[in-house]
Design a protein around this ligand. Structure first.
Ligand code: GH3
Ligand code: MG
Ligand code: MG
Ligand code: MG
Length: 336
C-alpha cells in the first residue's frame, strides 16, 4: 500500500454502484459489431464504437470511457501513436487502455506496455475473458478516481486549517481599528529587538506619538469621526516606516509607537519630525484644537543602547517622558 492510500482509504466502489463505459477505437466496423455482441447482456457496461482513428482523442474526451479498447493497425495512424496521445491528455492519461491486436509478437506487446497500455488482447478475444478484463480495469480506474478525490478533499481541508491558523495568529497581533501591530506584538517585538541591539551594541530607538487635543476632537466631531482620524494617522505613520526593521504599532487609545533599530538620536529626531510634518500636511480639520485648526501630533523619542541591567520598557518610558515635554512645550512638536 502506498503512503497515499494509507492516508485516505475511502470505501471501495461496489460493483453495482458505477457504470462502465467502453470505447472501442478500430477502423473495422466488423470488429465493432463483434465487440458489441460480446457485451450484450451486461446492463452495466455501456459501449461506444469509433471507427475513425483521427477522431479518437476528441471522442474519448467526450465519451469519458472507463476503459479504451485500442486497435493497433489502422489507416493513417497507429494505435501506439494514439496510446501516446491518450497518455499525454490531462483528461485521459489515467484511463486504462486494452490493446486489441491481431499480432502475438512479444516485441509489439512489450512496446505497447512500455507506452502505457494496461493490457493486451489478441483479436477476437473470448467474450467472458473480455468482460472480465473490462470490469477489472474499469473498477481499478474508478477506485483510483475516488481515492484522488478523497485525497484532494483532505488536502483542501488541511489547507483551510493552515489558513485559519495564520489568520488567528494575525488577529492576535493586529489592532482591529487601524491595522497596525497591536500592543501585544509591540512588546514581543521590543523584547526581541532589545536583545538583538544588546548583542550588537547598537542603539534601539522608540518614538511615542500622541494626538493633540483629541478629547476635544471627539467631543466636537463625535467618536466615529475620531476613529477615522486614528485610521488616517495610522496610515501616515505606517507609510513613514520604510525600513523593514521599523515597526509601527498602536500603543493604545490615541497613542502610537514606532520602533527604529538601529537609530541614533539624530536619526530618531528626523523620523519623528517627518511624521509630525506629514500629519500636518494631511490637514485634517480640527476646529477645537488649542494648537491650530487642523489635527496635530506631539512626538517624544528616546534612543538607548541596552545594558545588562536594563530592559526594553526603559526606552519606552524615556520616550514617554519626552512626549510629556513636547506636550508641555506647546504640542505639535518633537522632542528626542
Ligand atoms: P493632549 O493634547 O494632552 O494629548 O489632549 P488629549 O485630549 O488628546 O488627551 P487625553 O488623554 O485627555 O484624551 C485622549 C482622548 O483620546 C480621550 C479618548 O476619548 C480618545 N480616544 C482614545 N482612544 C480612542 C479611540 O479608539 N477612538 C476615539 N475616537 N477616541 C479615542
Ligand atoms: Mg485495424
Ligand atoms: Mg493620550
Ligand atoms: Mg492626546
Amino acid at each position: 500500500m502506498t503512503a497515499r492510500e494509507d492516508a485516505v482509504s475511502p470505501p471501495t466502489i461496489a460493483r453495482d454502484d458505477y457504470k462502465i463505459m467502453v470505447l472501442l477505437v478500430d477502423d473495422q466496423p466488423i470488429i465493432g459489431e463483434a465487440i458489441r455482441r460480446a457485451l450484450i447482456g451486461q446492463p452495466d457496461i455501456h459501449f461506444h464504437f469509433n471507427p475513425d482513428p483521427f477522431e479518437a482523442l476528441s471522442v474519448a474526451e467526450q465519451v469519458k470511457p472507463t476503459v479504451i479498447l485500442q486497435d493497433l493497425v489502422m489507416p493513417g495512424v497507429t494505435g501506439l501513436a494514439l496510446l501516446t496521445q491518450y497518455r499525454s491528455s490531462p483528461t485521459l492519461k489515467g484511463v486504462p487502455v486494452i490493446v486489441l491486436s491481431t499480432t502475438e509478437e512479444p516485441a509489439v506487446k512489450s512496446e505497447a506496455f512500455s507506452l502505457g497500455a494496461n493490457d493486451y488482447l489478441v483479436k477476437l478475444p473470448d467474450s467472458i475473458e473480455l468482460v472480465a478484463r473490462i470490469r477489472h480495469h474499469s473498477r481499478a480506474y474508478l477506485n483510483q478516481i475516488q481515492r484522488d478525490e478523497a485525497y484532494r478533499a483532505l488536502h483542501e481541508s488541511q489547507r483551510q486549517l493552515v489558513e485559519k491558523n495564520l489568520e488567528l495568529e494575525r488577529l492576535t497581533h493586529v489592532d482591529g481599528l487601524t491595522g497596525l501591530s497591536n500592543r501585544r506584538y509591540l512588546d514581543e517585538f521590543m523584547e526581541i529587538q532589545w536583545r538583538r541591539s544588546r548583542r550588537k551594541g547598537e542603539p534601539l530607538s522608540v518614538l511615542m506619538i500622541d494626538v493633540d487635543d483629541f478629547k476635544r476632537y471627539n467631543d466636537h466631531y463625535g467618536h466615529l469621526a475620531g476613529d477615522e482620524v486614528l485610521k488616517k494617522l495610522a496610515n501616515i505613520i505606517q507609510d513613514s516606516c520604510r525600513r523593514p526593521t521599523d515597526l509601527a504599532a498602536r500603543f493604545g487609545g490615541e497613542e502610537f509607537a514606532v520602533v527604529l533599530s538601529p537609530s541614533s538620536p539624530d536619526e530618531t529626531r528626523v523620523m519623528g519630525e517627518k511624521i509630525r510634518a506629514e500629519v500636518e500636511r494631511a490637514a485634517l480639520p480640527h476646529r477645537e484644537s488649542s494648537v491650530a485648526t487642523i489635527v496635530t501630533v506631539s512626538v517624544g523619542g528616546a534612543s538607548q543602547i541596552p545594558t545588562a541591567d536594563s530592559s526594553f520598557p526603559s526606552v519606552i518610558q524615556a520616550a514617554d517622558e519626552s512626549l510629556y515635554d513636547a506636550k508641555r512645550g506647546g504640542r505639535n512638536r518633537v522632542i528626542v
